[in-house]
Structure formats: structure tokens, C-alpha cells
Design a protein around this ligand. Structure first.
Ligand code: UT7
Length: 324
């Protein structure tokens, strides 16, 4: 028998304010037609003044705990994936810990930008496999609206704010792909590509927060190749094929990337969860938000095999296989 990190509950939270493509076309030289054709995005949510990443994260966490029928006091670990923390320090995870009134265990952040949720899931999964955690909260939460250059039409139309959370509980499994829980995680990074996607500021370099900069076309090209490769690796590591997968839950950056990647794997469109049209790219929050939506509407059911994938700044990318 082996310890498995089984999903006990999942929740998503979006800020109230909706920003449509038409709204953006009033402030930069763009159009609904261009944005929909090139990205699939129709609208995104933007956090209110005074609404921080930790607030979105806490709201998503409360829903996930509720669905798991668990109390914050039962948790012993919180891992928050974010590239837009409330403050440079302390970790946003400790703000969430306090807001939940959780008074034990450990809470810390993981920074892998758009791949953050996969990285955080891997970290929490390792804690559970090693017996260091019995119940962990993994959150992806972002307020990218705060680091966008709202005059740069090539980037400001692409991102949105939000948070998603998953509660993991230690359970014993047989050690086969038939087990429920996280089956395997596959992480990759390549720091040579820094200049293709980065934020031009930070406490140690400019002492400012900075703005997101991206060479979109280059990122696109790398994304399709890297994602297809790491997804294949995840399948092979578990002796599975694309036919065994019930749902692909991709990072939601661009509908064209999602479609190209899944078609490379021979995955039919009906098996791919898409939220990019109404969430845009919420970085580390995009996968848990998509999971929460598909679980709530009844698509993802207990026992379904989900292949999660993401790629972003660094570059950092990865995939996880989770039996729900
Ligand atoms: O989550 C992190 C990972 N990030 C991603 O995965 C993003 C990857 N990249 C992409 O999604 C796409 O490359 C973009 C959506 C960013 C851009 O789409 P594209 O088809 O690669 O367009 P492009 O950058 O090649 O630009 C085509 C044209 C350019 O004009 P010219 O040079 O052909 O005259 C741009 O200036 O589109 C122009 N353009 C726009 N036009 C209207 C760029 N942004 C806009 C805009 N509205 N918002």
C-alpha cells in the first residue's frame, strides 16, 4: 500500500467585476474580433480596489473545504501558487492561514507563474506521500491585473484575476493507475527563455513591482511543443494512453494552444475543459478554476482520470495525472 493524495474538495472564486473585450477596445487599439480569433477570450474578471490575492485565495479555499466537509483546523499544510503575492513577504499562504483561523502546520508560497498550480500540487503530493502531511490545501491565486501594462494591447487583453483551491487528504492506495488521487507529477523548466516572458521589476532589481512583458508568438511556439511532450511523459510514466484520459484540464492561456496541444495527443475536443473564454489567463489559478467549474457542473466525476498541464514564464512547465 502507498500513501495517495486524494482530492476531497475543490472550489473556485472570481472577483465580481467583468471586463469585456468591448470594454478594452475603448482604452487600447484592439477589437473583440481580434481577441476572440487569436485567443478565444471574451471576458475576464478584475479584482476590486482593496481586494488582494489572499482574499481571492481564502474565498476559494472556503468553498473547497466546504465541499470536502472539512474544517480549516483539520489541515496541516497550505501551499499557495502565486506570482502576484499581497506583499513581497510574508508568503500569501500565511495570510490565508490566518484568515482561515488555522493555527497549526505550515503555510508557504510556490512561485512558478502559470505552472504554479502543478508545482504546488507536486509539493503537497510529496508531503502526503512522505507522511509529512495528512490534509493539505493547494491554491492557485492571482491578481495579474496589478502587473499589467494597460497601454500594451499585446498583453493587457490576455489576463484575468481569480483563485481556485483543492483539498488533498492522505489515503492508502494500491500503487497502481487505478488508485484515486495524484498519480504522478512531471515538472520541467528552462531558464534560457527568461526574456520571452517576464515582469520588468522586483524588489532586488528595480525595487518596484514592474509590468508583464511577453514575446507572445515565441511563447506560443514553445508552449505547444513543451506541453505535448510533458503530457506524453505523464501518460508513459503510468503505462496509459490518450484513450485512458477522461478529461484534459489545461492551463487556460489561449484556445489555439489548447486545441493544438490536445490534437497533437489525439485527444478529442469534448474531453478538454475550456474556461479561457470567460476567465482569460489567470496564471496559477487557471487549472483549479477550471477543475472547480467542471466538478460543479457535473462533468468531472469521482474516479475520472484527469490530465492537468501548464506552461509559463521561466520557462516552467509541467503535467499531473489525477484520478478524481
Ligand atoms: O500563460 C503564459 C503563457 N502565455 C501564453 O501561452 C501566450 C502565448 N501567446 C499567445 O497566446 C499569442 O501569441 C498572442 C495571443 C499573445 C498573440 O497572438 P499571435 O497570433 O501570436 O499574434 P502576434 O503576436 O503575431 O501579432 C499579430 C498582429 C501584430 O500586428 P502586425 O505586426 O501583424 O501588424 C500585433 O501588433 O496582431 C497585433 N496585435 C493586436 N491587434 C489587435 C497584438 N495584440 C493585439 C491586440 N489587438 N490586442
Amino acid at each position: 500500500m502507498v500513501a495517495r493524495a486524494v482530492v476531497a474538495g475543490c472550489g473556485g472564486y472570481l472577483p465580481e467585476t467583468v471586463l469585456t473585450n468591448a470594454d478594452l477596445a475603448r482604452s487600447v487599439d484592439t477589437s473583440d474580433e481580434w481577441i476572440v480569433q487569436r485567443t478565444g477570450i471574451r471576458e475576464r474578471r478584475v479584482a476590486a480596489e482593496g481586494e488582494f490575492t489572499s482574499h481571492l485565495a481564502t474565498a476559494a479555499a472556503r468553498i473547497a473545504l466546504d465541499r470536502a466537509a472539512m474544517l480549516p483546523s483539520e489541515l496541516d499544510l497550505i501551499v499557495v501558487a502565486t506570482a502576484t503575492p499581497d506583499e513581497t513577504f510574508p508568503a500569501t499562504a500565511t495570510r490565508v492561514q490566518d484568515a482561515l483561523d488555522m493555527r497549526r502546520g505550515a503555510a508557504f508560497d510556490v512561485q512558478a507563474v502559470c505552472s504554479g498550480f502543478i508545482y504546488a500540487l507536486n509539493v503537497a503530493d510529496n508531503f502526503i506521500r512522505l507522511g509529512q502531511s495528512e490534509a493539505a490545501l493547494v491554491i492557485g491565486a492571482e491578481t495579474f491585473s496589478r502587473i499589467l501594462d494597460w497601454q500594451d494591447r499585446a498583453t493587457c487583453v490576455l489576463f484575468g484575476d481569480g483563485a481556485g483551491a483543492v483539498v488533498l487528504r492522505a489515503e492508502q492506495g494500491e500503487g497502481t493507475a487505478a488508485d484515486r488521487g495524484v498519480l504522478s507529477n512531471h515538472l520541467r523548466s528552462d531558464g534560457r527563455h527568461h526574456d520571452l516572458l517576464f515582469v520588468d521589476g522586483g524588489p532586488s532589481s528595480t525595487r518596484t513591482v514592474g509590468h508583464l512583458r511577453m514575446a507572445g508568438r515565441d511563447v506560443f511556439r514553445h508552449a505547444v511543443v513543451n506541453l505535448a511532450s510533458v503530457m506524453q511523459e505523464a501518460l508513459a510514466a503510468n503505462g496509459l494512453t490518450a484513450d485512458d484520459i477522461d478529461w484534459v484540464v489545461p492551463h487556460q492561456a489561449n484556445l489555439r494552444i489548447i486545441r493544438s496541444t490536445s490534437s497533437k495527443l489525439g485527444m478529442p475536443e469534448e474531453k478538454v475543459i475550456v474556461t479561457v473564454d470567460h476567465h482569460a489567463n489567470t496564471s496559477a489559478a487557471s487549472i483549479p478554476l477550471a477543475l472547480a467549474e467542471a466538478v460543479t457542473d457535473g462533468r468531472i466525476k469521482r474516479g475520472d482520470l484527469c490530465l492537468l498541464e501548464a506552461m509559463g514564464g521561466g520557462f516552467a512547465w509541467g503535467a499531473s495525472l489525477v484520478r478524481w
